[in-house]
Design a binder for this molecule. Structure first.
Ligand code: OGA
Ligand code: NI
Length: 356
């Protein structure tokens, strides 16, 4: 399959549309996909709750506390595919610094940002769409995408030089997030009843990348989405958001549950590769982003992925005569190629690699 070299039509920065009176047609979703027409019945705010919140300090407590923490993680991965973590070890100053420095980046003059305009070849840089299909309905968001690991593929030419502290801040944040993902990998392995190093071995030398999403305010938020429904293709994602502005929604059965971010927390979710490795014991769950008329929203998604070239398949320990392997063996690189070929389509990528 050919990888598109360029976008199929001129790129419009959503940020330049924030003060428009109406949402241009290109961003208007068909009625069934709009945020105000959720399937199922509307839930009362108390029922929307927040995702399970897990205190990782429990991992260094006594045996009973440790067991309870692991059980909470295991339940969250089975029931939600998502959870929030507190006492995660990432410094609050670094989290605040990342929000500030990347907000400042998106507020720079357009010409400064355009110098980093991306292409669908690697997606690295400043982007305003993901799919390459001509005429597609677009999402109400701009982003900046960077490769962090392995370090050998870091391309500093694609990293913003302004604000001056952005580079060092992003590097330091990447280091801390890799450490956190190392801890979560062990916890997930153990909660599956497997050797603690199981995911570490399955991922090999991991890849990591960062997508900073910038959702400008929107004149008609009921007609569009900041990010269309999708599951994350990689291993796991750790999301840093602003707890003052909601926007992320997670699918739970037939409903879209609005996440209420806990101050200081990070949001963790399972990606497609862990769903495959665990033979769907842990779920990669669909999510989307809604926008609002009052204010912009920034989120930072740290994607932690298996090595591009290691085959990923359901773990032998999790396959039994009653639970046969659900997925074919594919490297993450092959999986990404499938995804590009199919284009954005909710959760169907992982369904596409089903073994039958
Ligand atoms: C993503 C994502 C959610 C958000 O970048 O994959 O799901 O709240 N982001 O921006
Ligand atoms: Ni996502």
């Amino acid at each position: 399959m050919e990888v598109a070299e360029e976008w199929p039509e001129p790129i419009v920065r959503v940020q330049t549309l924030a003060d428009a009176e109406a949402v241009p047609e290109r961003y208007i979703k068909p009625p069934s996909e709009r945020p105000n027409l959720n399937p199922g019945t509307a839930l009362a705010p108390s029922e929307t709750g927040s995702l399970p919140v897990i205190d990782l300090a429990g991992l260094s407590g006594g045996a009973a506390e440790r067991r309870a923490t692991m059980l909470a993680v295991s339940d969250a991965c089975r029931d939600w595919g998502f959870f929030q973590v507190v006492n995660h070890g990432v410094s609050p100053e670094l989290m605040e610094g990342m929000r500030e420095v990347w907000t400042a980046f998106f507020r720079l003059p357009m010409a400064e940002k355009q110098a980093y305009a991306n292409s669908p070849k690697t997606f690295e840089g400043y982007g305003s769409r993901l799919g390459v299909k001509k005429g597609a309905i677009l999402d109400w968001g701009d982003y900046f995408f960077l490769q962090l690991s392995p370090h050998s593929i870091r391309n500093y030419d694609k990293w913003p030089v302004l604000p001056a502290s952005l580079r060092a801040m992003t590097e330091a944040y990447g280091e801390e997030l890799e450490k956190l993902c190392g801890v979560i990998k062990k916890v997930l392995s153990a909660t599956l009843g497997l050797d603690e190093e199981f995911l570490h071995r399955a991922f090999g030398e991991a890849g990591a990348c960062l997508r900073v999403n910038y959702y400008p305010k929107c004149p008609q938020p009921d007609l569009t989405l900041g990010l269309s429904p999708h599951s994350d293709p990689g291993g796991m994602t750790v999301l840093l958001t602003d707890h003052h502005v909601k926007g992320l929604q997670v699918r739970k059965g037939d409903d879209w549950i609005t996440v209420e971010p806990v101050p200081g927390a990070l949001i963790v979710n399972i990606g497609d590769q862990i769903q495959v490795l665990t033979n769907a014991t842990y779920k990669s769950v669909e999510h989307r982003v809604v926008v609002n008329a009052a204010t912009e929203r920034l989120s930072m998604a740290f994607f932690f992925n298996p090595n591009d070239d290691l085959p990923i398949q359901p773990a032998a320990e999790l396959v039994t005569p009653e639970a046969p392997p659900l997925y074919k063996r594919l490297t993450f690189k092959e999986y990404k190629l499938f995804m590009r070929m199919l284009g954005p389509r909710g959760k169907s990528h992982v369904d596409f690699v089903k073994s039958t």
